[in-house]
Design a protein around this ligand. Structure first.
Ligand code: SF4
Length: 264
């Protein structure tokens, strides 16, 4: 199995555990509805309660299947038929997972990192191998040197390659492979870039929040997330592990032997 390492070794169980907790909450609500539906003095009709319970049971069943598929895929390192569909249903619970994490005082970025880790590993199980022009590298605007006067969000090749930030190196990496690169300031521009280039796979560099929302927004389009580094604080002169970017692009390139294997 070919795999690439992600930026940080975050525990996948944080996200998966919270997903399970969300499922248990839904089951608890179903049990509660059963109890009040059986009460003769219930404020709403038994039929209505049974209808709600049926929908909730169906939803819980789908979530359970999705969760089991994810765990089995990670443990068995293979995906099953219908995998994406079930996982897609499970992702509906993502906002609820964040709320449960907040309730349990688990840092949001820790949950988001864990989610990205799960997402990346699932992508590595049956990676899309495609030609360079079908790979899009999305970069956050904060990678650009704060004092740079050049506008690169419209066209990254406007960069003068002065070397004061990593945009110059990233241009070299993408140009040498023929991969499209786009600098974006947020979700709207990122979505526009996806519509424009119609990639088969996106490699995105961003913070935890933007990466997780990008993965959710574009699902089932494969989006591999690479966390940026923030030595000067968030959204300001950020950096990225260039070797990681190269490895990831090469991993998805169709070309024979174009990627290096790195232990996950
Ligand atoms: S490398 Fe490009 S983007 Fe970075 S500071 Fe120089 S001209 Fe600006």
């Amino acid at each position: 199995m070919d795999e690439i390492s992600t930026v940080e070794k975050t525990k996948k169980r944080t996200f998966l555990g919270l997903l399970l907790a969300a499922l248990l909450v839904i089951i608890a609500i179903i049990v509660y509805l059963f109890i009040i539906a059986g009460n003769p003095g219930a404020v709403f009709s038994r039929n209505l309660a049974m209808l709600i319970i049926s929908f909730a049971l169906l939803f819980a069943g789908l979530i359970l299947c999705g969760l089991l598929f994810i765990v089995l895929a990670i443990l068995g390192k293979r995906r099953f038929p219908g995998f994406s569909w079930f996982v897609g249903r499970t992702l509906y619970l993502y906002p609820f997972v964040l709320q449960i994490g907040r309730f349990l005082s688990i840092a949001q970025d820790k949950i988001q990192r864990s989610f990205i880790e799960v997402n990346n590993q699932l992508l590595c199980l049956s990676p899309v191998k495609t030609e360079a022009r079908k790979i899009l590298l999305l970069l956050p605007h904060c990678l650009q040197f704060d004092g740079c006067p050049v506008k690169i969000t419209h066209d990254i090749t406007n960069c003068k390659r002065c070397g004061r930030c990593q945009i110059a190196s990233l241009l070299e990496i993408t140009a040498s492979r023929g991969v499209y690169a786009q600098v974006v300031t947020g979700g709207t521009l990122a979505r526009r870039a996806v519509e424009k280039y119609r990639p088969k796979v996106v490699v995105a560099v961003a913070c935890e929040r933007d990466l997780s929302s990008g993965v959710l927004d574009t699902f089932p389009l494969p989006v591999f997330g690479i966390l940026n580094e923030r030595p000067m604080g968030p959204c300001f002169n950020t950096r990225v592990d260039l070797q990681k970017v190269e490895q990831t692009l090469d991993f998805f390139l169709k070309k024979e032997n174009s990627y290096r294997e790195v232990g996950y």
